[in-house]
Design a protein around this ligand. Structure first.
Ligand SMILES: [Zn+2]
Length: 333
């Protein structure tokens, strides 16, 4: 069983999860063309994973197109909540929560860029459905869906998949961001994200791609080279992530895929994380607008001494240059 431990000097929560030391990794074999009889995420190997929580199917040729199940090696488990323990300045409690896996294709492919239109569309629908289910759980205070693609991004299985982690606490970074958003809205009457996207739209310098309702851009203070955020063009007027229509989810999946293809055109085989950022649960979580965005975070720079010491990242590619290169490397180029 995992355990949250609090570091009082930095106010950070660390999840100690010793059970994950024994989880399998298929990254010893880098050749994705090898027959993957051993891949637990490939269609036909469902018995090697916990039973399905949710499946979506798009054709009769495969029993499923997108599949969700509990993580066999969870960092968080659905055990009963227990009171916090304390020892001197230290606090800890058991790692209660949700940890699910979402397999984005029955085929043994690695990246979001390789998904078919149906697979990417149904993947986003699965994210939304599982996030709603997590937020409806009274004990869950925050949930996130993320993808670790390739070894340097934290993947242990090559087959394209995402994870959902729902926590009984609001992680301090998420809480800090929500507080800044709330303060800004109180003072200015609109969301900080709305202001930020409007500034990017006016400038256009860091814009990478757009669809009818969404924009993809390299943020002004990008932490990594080629970091991309995707947000609604009018965050305060667009539904919460939980209430996005199927067509807007499809648009989002298209723009994520387009951004990843551009990134891989610039840097083939780059490791990256994709993260769907949502606010902490509030009484009006289902309706809250102006808060969600998606991030594609390439793992190019290693976190070195200065970054660990200060939390201040050093990025050698200005986001204006990164956006220009990504614009030039369109999916068809
Ligand atoms: Zn596979």
């Amino acid at each position: 069983m995992s355990e949250y431990r609090h570091q009082p000097l930095t106010d950070q929560w660390i999840l100690i999860a010793g059970n994950r030391e024994t989880r399998p990794s298929d990254y010893v074999q880098h050749d994705s063309t090898l027959a993957n009889h051993n891949c637990p995420f490939c269609v036909g190997n469902e018995s090697e994973t916990p039973k399905s929580i949710l499946t979506f199917s798009d054709s009769e040729s495969s029993p499923w197109c997108v599949r969700v199940f509990e993580n066999k090696y969870p960092a968080l488990t659905s055990t009963p909540n227990e009171p916090r323990q304390s020892l001197g300045p230290y606090e800890s409690f058991h790692g209660f929560g949700r940890h699910e896996l979402i397999v984005l294709s029955p085929r043994h492919v690695e990246s979001f860029s390789e998904l078919s239109p149906a697979e990417r569309r149904l993947s986003l629908l699965a994210f939304q459905k599982r996030l709603i289910e997590a937020y409806e759980d009274p004990s869950i205070q925050h949930a996130v869906v993320f993808q670790n693609c390739r070894l340097d991004a934290g993947a242990s299985i090559q087959h394209v998949h995402c994870q959902l982690m729902g926590t009984t606490l609001v992680p301090p970074q998420v809480e800090h961001q929500a507080q800044r958003q709330a303060d800004y809205r109180r003072q200015q009457g609109r969301s900080l994200l709305h202001e930020l996207v409007a500034t990017e739209q006016d400038s256009g310098q860091r814009t990478v791609a757009e669809t009818d309702h969404l924009t993809a851009f390299c943020p002004f203070a990008s932490r990594q080279p080629y970091e991309v955020w995707i947000a609604p063009k009018s965050p305060d007027e667009t539904d919460s992530f939980f209430d996005l229509s199927d067509s807007l989810l499809d648009e989002l999946s298209e723009l994520i895929q387009q951004a990843v293809v551009r990134l891989e055109n610039v840097l083939p085989q780059v490791a990256y994380n994709t993260i769907v950022h949502l606010p902490p649960k509030t009484a009006d979580w289902r309706e809250q607008r102006g808060t969600w965005y998606t991030e594609i975070f390439p793992r190019i720079n290693k976190t070195a001494g200065f970054e660990w010491a200060t939390g201040c990242m050093i990025n050698q590619v200005p986001p204006e240059v990164a956006a220009h290169r990504l614009r030039e490397n369109s999916p068809s180029s």
